[in-house]
Design a protein around this ligand. Sequence first.
Ligand code: ZN
Length: 297
Amino acid sequence: MSFRVQRAIAPLAFALLASQPLLAAPAPTPAGATGFRLGTLQLFALRDMDNVVPNDGSVFGVGVPKPEVSKVLQQAHAPTDRISLSVDALLVRMPGHVVLLDTGLGPKIGGSLMASLAAAHVRPEDVTDILITHSHGDHVGGLATRDGALAFPKATIRMSATEWSYMQAKGSKALVETIRAKVQPFKPGAEVVPGITSVPLPGHTPGHSGYEIRSGNARLLDIGDSAHSSIISLARPDWTIEYDGNGAQGRANRKALLAKLAADHERIFAPHFPYPGVGFVEKTGEGSYRWAPALPR
Ligand SMILES: [Zn+2]
């Protein structure tokens, strides 16, 4: 996701982190760590920041008449002048590994991830593996401290080889140099940590990846930015979202993924759905879905 910024400090800070403009909510987002079990694993949804996008056709429903977008929001009993998103990360504790999936916006933008991590009783130096869905600033910004050092000094940083190439070409040069020695790129689709397999979902960015976490018969897919709004992206996955680098590929992937998730009744984590972002996709009609949260807010 990328945002347009309301806070004065954010545009410059975010420009250092990624190639896209960013919008942060004006008030700091409180820390949050919501724990849940997946088989024998302990997971936490970690809150980083809230974000609000105006319903003006600039991001959601690009090229769609505004009343149509408003109607979708209204049907979900949501405000029609704005679209509320969250920025969250996911933590998985397993024997021998403490795995963080994405890192939020980072301290320069005022993200709450570190405080949320502390609420889950995890120190930055405890994190062994970081799995990056893609290299936009709201997912990789937290890899660096305010001073530009590694925020998780002992962690191996894993992202698809395609995404690492993309980040080196288009991402923040400073951040690329900070993390370079710690990055271990993988072939899209590879198992990256025992029990966690990458799932190639290109379109939002060229190497965008989901991650499927398995424990026994239990599984959960971190869908990354395959869908952004729990309302619009599910009701109308065929609509273009400005955040997708390749709109046609993003749409095709979103439609296919949502159909599969609904058919399989697979539990997901969606970083931009309302915190804690864990739940299911339910089919409501042909090519149309709705969000069924599995954990209380
Ligand atoms: Zn995002």
